[in-house]
Write a new protein. Structure first.
Length: 199
């Protein structure tokens, strides 16, 4: 048998197995919960890719940012210019910037209140809760409250939660959990954050 025919037969077998797996899947009839976590870079960046995908299908998208404050990022500039995303930046900056736990808790709870309204309202296909896992890590929000908010969401609405250290209970509830692993980062070599790559 030639290498070409052997490869063709192998790919036919792979295709048959894949089609059989797909045939066994079902549409859950509800939006999915995705978690992007881990110490590696790309958690929010991956969420923006999903946002673009949703917009490409004419879906309605909202973003609630929990930590980043008024810091201007490329993605925020893009969506402000091109529209299509309801954007709420409600954090006050990195947790070490405010140095005021009560203020940080109040900001996180206000952001989560807005998130709950967006998730439950039935107007959005996708809601991104950017850096919410950081608010959970510092106990500005309770895991139980976030789970309750997710469970109360409209069936139409999928949710992405980003940030390091996603709690185990959230990961157990989610439909998809991706952990970004850092192998190498330019900051460790003394390279400052780059516009268009890091923000």
């Amino acid at each position: 048998m030639s290498d070409t025919q052997e490869h063709k037969d192998k790919m036919k077998a792979v295709q048959a197995r894949q089609r059989a797996k797909v045939a066994e899947t079902r549409d859950p009839g509800r939006g999915l919960v995705l978690i992007h976590t881990g110490k590696g870079k790309g958690k929010s960046s991956s969420a923006w890719g999903v946002v673009i995908r949703a917009l490409g299908w004419g879906q309605k998208v909202a973003v609630v940012q929990f930590i980043k404050g008024k810091w201007k990022t490329g993605e925020r500039r893009f969506f402000e210019e091109h529209g299509g995303v309801t954007w709420h930046t409600m954090g006050e900056g990195f947790t070490w910037d405010t140095q005021d736990r009560d203020r940080d808790i109040a900001a996180a709870q206000a952001a989560f209140g807005k998130a709950c309204d967006l998730m439950a309202g039935g107007d959005y296909d996708l809601v991104v809760l950017d850096e919410i896992n950081i608010a959970l890590r510092y106990e500005y929000l309770s895991v139980e409250a976030v789970l309750d908010g997710l469970k109360a969401r409209s069936e139409r609405t999928g949710v992405i939660l980003t940030g390091r250290d996603a709690p185990e209970a959230l990961c157990d509830y989610a439909d998809l959990v991706t952990e970004m692993t850092e192998v190498k980062h330019p900051f460790q070599a003394g390279i400052k954050a780059q516009r268009g790559v890091d923000f």
